[in-house]
Design a protein around this ligand. Structure first.
Ligand code: HEC
Ligand code: HEC
Ligand code: HEC
Ligand code: HEC
Ligand code: HEC
Length: 369
């Protein structure tokens, strides 16, 4: 009997603590936190739902068709403010994403993040424990006084200061076969940098319209979709010229792999200009392909990593090209990515979606010899 009650308890804690499941809409914050709201509104956190993110929708649709799923378990991280989140997560229930339900459309809202009290660690994925007090928000302690609209609690919650607030959703996501689909490698955190300092850097502009501050934490959440230019300083590109060849060095100074989601494909393009002629050299591809029996497979089917050439955390990757550089040559290097690996576009029916098919330039460098 003891083991059963333990399993039950663990089972329950994987889900949401639903007594806390009402959140102020993000729109309510706009009046006083205008700049933060505008940044957030365009971010992937505000757009993580099936209705707003076509890539998420494509993978979800595929799962519904292939496994006859009627439970949107993705809601745990993609629509955590849903008023029926418990149904989305409890075995045996049915709950699908609903465009007409305003609590689904809130996605990862202001009040949700700012009410994360603590994070429970679990094998499959972590769980955010939400404070039961509405209109009482945690922060990194930047305010000098309480706001007329809500209370501010900062003392006992260190997660906002040390950046751990993100790992309830971003640490890992392990599927039924035990394969980790997406990991930010939280255990190899760097000394000073953390999720928040890299992805929410301080930018100009006041954080509230009531008390002026010079800067605020960027709430557009720089990442693979948006504002990646804010992160390019964490990846250095240099060239070593040898007698018969040259090497492009990519130094990833972030605490996790260059890209994390298995749908991605990063590409390094290299060209050499000599006099009026430009020669394109072979591209280098960086991917982490998940699959089954040696073939690529969808995340819920995959049981292994079948190929991993992604640039890892703190890795310095050397890409060699057998090309003899001469004085006067110029080497142009472009590092960028496709959000969806072109090989997967058709099976996901995303071939006509710009966001999935366009090449996103992350960093460009030119080297003259
Ligand atoms: C009526 C104006 C008003 C509204 C509406 C409002 N806030 Fe605030 N908020 C403030 C003021 C004022 C401060 C404190 C500024 C200071 O002391 O410098 C503040 C501070 C904060 C902080 C700072 C915590 C820290 O680091 O110290 C957070 C987080 C916050 N608000 C979240 C929210 C959220 C989430 C919403 C919407 C659900 C919201 N606020 C709506 C006025 C408002
Ligand atoms: C444990 C939390 C968690 C759960 C559960 C989860 N996701 Fe996600 N998902 C994330 C995070 C975090 C990202 C962002 C990762 C990144 O950008 O590398 C993401 C990103 C994605 C993306 C990429 C979206 C884009 O626009 O590029 C897809 C597709 C996706 N998830 C599909 C799903 C589906 C389908 C489900 C449910 C079957 C699901 N996820 C469940 C956390 C989760
Ligand atoms: C409630 C779960 C949750 C929390 C908490 C959370 N995220 Fe996310 N995050 C997601 C999901 C889901 C996505 C993918 C959205 C999509 O593409 O549809 C995402 C996407 C992102 C992206 C990719 C953006 C892009 O443009 O591609 C970044 C960067 C990110 N999150 C950083 C953070 C940081 C930093 C924190 C902590 C301050 C954080 N997240 C907290 C769930 C969460
Ligand atoms: C994914 C989680 C997440 C979401 C969503 C989010 N915040 Fe924040 N917010 C943070 C973190 C983390 C900090 C602390 C940043 C720091 O100061 O290091 C923060 C800081 C703040 C601050 C303090 C001032 C500052 O710039 O440091 C205010 C005010 C605030 N947020 C309001 C909002 C409002 C309003 C929204 C929605 C429009 C929102 N937040 C959405 C995570 C989030
Ligand atoms: C030293 C800076 C640094 C730190 C620390 C860091 N990141 Fe990143 N992150 C990057 C860079 C650089 C990229 C790649 C460029 C991009 O996606 O725009 C990236 C990309 C991402 C992406 C998009 C990946 C994808 O495939 O879509 C997510 C999500 C993300 N980081 C979340 C996190 C979280 C959560 C943490 C904390 C556990 C974290 N990062 C810590 C620099 C950092």
């Amino acid at each position: 009997m003891k083991t059963i009650s333990l399993i039950l308890l663990l089972g329950i804690s994987i889900f949401a603590n639903d007594s806390a499941h009402e959140f102020a809409p993000s729109k309510e914050c706009q009046k006083c936190h205008t700049q933060i709201y505008d940044e957030f509104y365009g971010s992937m956190h505000a757009n993580a739902t099936v209705d707003k993110d076509v890539i998420h929708k494509a993978v979800w649709n595929k799962q519904v068709v292939m496994t006859k799923t009627e439970q949107y378990s993705c809601g745990k991280c993609h629509t955590p403010t849903a008023d029926n989140l418990d149904k989305m997560l409890k075995p045996g229930e049915k709950a699908m994403p609903d465009a007409a339900n305003a609590t689904h459309q809130e996605a990862i809202s202001c009040a949700y993040c700012h009410r994360i009290e603590k994070i429970e660690e679990h094998k499959q994925s972590n769980t955010n424990i939400i404070s039961k007090t509405p209109k009482e928000y945690y922060g990194a302690g930047r305010s000098s006084l309480d706001s007329p609209y809500h209370k501010i609690k900062t003392d006992e919650n260190k997660n906002f200061k040390n950046g751990n607030i993100c790992v309830g959703c971003h640490s890992h996501n392990v599927n039924k076969a035990g394969l980790n689909l997406c990991s930010t490698n939280v255990n190899s955190e760097m000394n000073e940098a953390n999720c928040v300092s890299c992805h929410m850097p301080k930018v100009e502009g006041s954080f509230s319209s009531i008390i002026e501050t010079k800067t605020h934490a960027f709430h557009g959440f720089a990442g693979a979709h948006k504002n990646s230019d804010m992160l390019s300083k964490y990846v250095n590109i240099s060239i070593t010229r040898n007698i018969d060849n040259f090497i492009v060095n990519i130094d990833n100074r972030s605490s996790h792999a260059l890209l994390l989601h298995p749908a991605r494909m990063a590409v390094l393009k290299i060209s050499v200009s000599r006099d009026a002629k430009t020669t394109e050299l072979e591209k280098e591809i960086f991917v982490r392909v998940i699959g089954k029996d040696g073939e690529p497979a969808m995340p819920w089917m995959a049981d292994s990593v079948i190929k991993d050439t992604m640039i890892q955390a703190n890795e310095k990757r050397a890409v060699k090209r057998e090309f003899k550089l001469q004085k006067g040559d110029k080497v142009d290097v472009i590092l960028g990515w496709f959000l969806v690996n072109p090989k997967a576009l058709e099976s996901l029916e995303l071939q006509n979606e710009k966001v999935a098919t366009e090449f996103k330039v992350f960093k460009k460098e030119s080297f003259s010899f």
